[in-house]
Design a protein around this ligand. Structure first.
Ligand code: IPD
Ligand code: CA
Ligand code: CA
Ligand code: CA
Length: 264
């Protein structure tokens, strides 16, 4: 394993320990509202700090972008961290959440870890080296038709500016796929696409820390990721479409009629 990936795994496991301990007594947590439907707890913050400590101890000069504490440092290496992706699920004891850590080198995705502490699923990838689930190589699914596919998504839940476009997409997807799921952790949804558990995924307006690690997992598992035009701007816009290559193309086609100018 690449030494930087080994460090990222160590950091993710450290955070998972904090999350697992806290999950034993969720009612004891202090929950703060950042915005409407946007929560943060001391677990998010403690997990994030633990990750940053591990990473900066190994690589003191690297830069960080983390959900709860923002950006620090400047370097050609930047770690992008979501310490707890799926906070709402976590707060309800709904076991679908994860730790997500990615390393960008000169802006390019280089290492990725997505760790689901409830199932002990560790997804990892290094650029050019394939993607793994608990040390077994994973590949995207080989399903050919959207009609046979299980598709993941994320509902708008705090920014409703694209709600009409989203609902039109959703309506169409319900009729053209074999099923649509909203598990509630975008990073884990993307890891599931990499592992072939989902055939595809789409969501509007995610953040860099939700998607960085998952996107490398998918690419290293033979899948495709793009914005609604199939282009690379997804990492900045957070408008993400992903899937095995066949389903990716069919998702883009299905979503296209519903795109407003803001989403193009
Ligand atoms: C959220 C989850 C969710 C997605 C949201 C994200 P958080 O992350 O990934 O699936 O729909 O847009 O904000 O806030 O729980 O880390
Ligand atoms: Ca959050
Ligand atoms: Ca997140
Ligand atoms: Ca989070």
């Amino acid at each position: 394993m690449h030494p930087m990936l080994t460090t990222a795994v160590k950091a993710a496991r450290r955070a998972a320990g904090i999350i697992n301990r806290a999950s034993q007594d969720i009612d004891a947590l202090t929950v703060k509202h950042k915005n409407h439907n946007d929560y943060v707890t001391e677990v998010d913050r403690a997990a994030e700090q633990a990750i940053i400590d591990v990473l900066l101890t190994a690589y003191p000069n690297h830069a960080i972008l983390a959900e709860e504490s923002g950006a620090q440092g400047s370097s050609e290496y930047q770690w992008v961290i979501d310490p707890l992706d799926g906070t709402t699920n976590f707060l309800h004891g709904f076991p679908q959440y994860c730790v997500s850590i990615a390393l960008l080198h000169k802006g390019q995705l280089n290492q990725a870890v997505v760790y689901d502490p409830s199932r002990n699923d560790l997804f990892t990838a290094s650029r050019g080296q394939g993607a793994y689930l608990n040390e077994r190589r994973i590949r995207v699914s080989n399903r050919l038709k959207l009609a046979d596919s299980l598709i993941g998504t994320g509902f708008p839940y705090r920014d409703f500016s694209h709600l009409d476009a989203y609902m039109a997409m959703f309506r169409d997807m319900l009729q053209k796929t074999s099923g649509v799921r909203r598990p509630g952790s975008a990073a884990l949804d993307l890891a599931y696409v990499a592992a072939g558990r989902l055939d595809g995924f789409w969501e509007i307006g995610l953040n860099k820390w939700d998607i960085a690690a998952g996107c490398l997992l998918i690419q290293e598992a033979g899948g495709l990721v793009g914005d609604f035009n199939g282009d690379d701007s997804y990492i900045d816009t957070g408008n993400v479409v992903a899937g095995n290559p066949k389903i990716f193309a069919q998702l883009l086609q299905t979503l296209a009629p519903h795109l407003t100018t803001a989403l193009k």
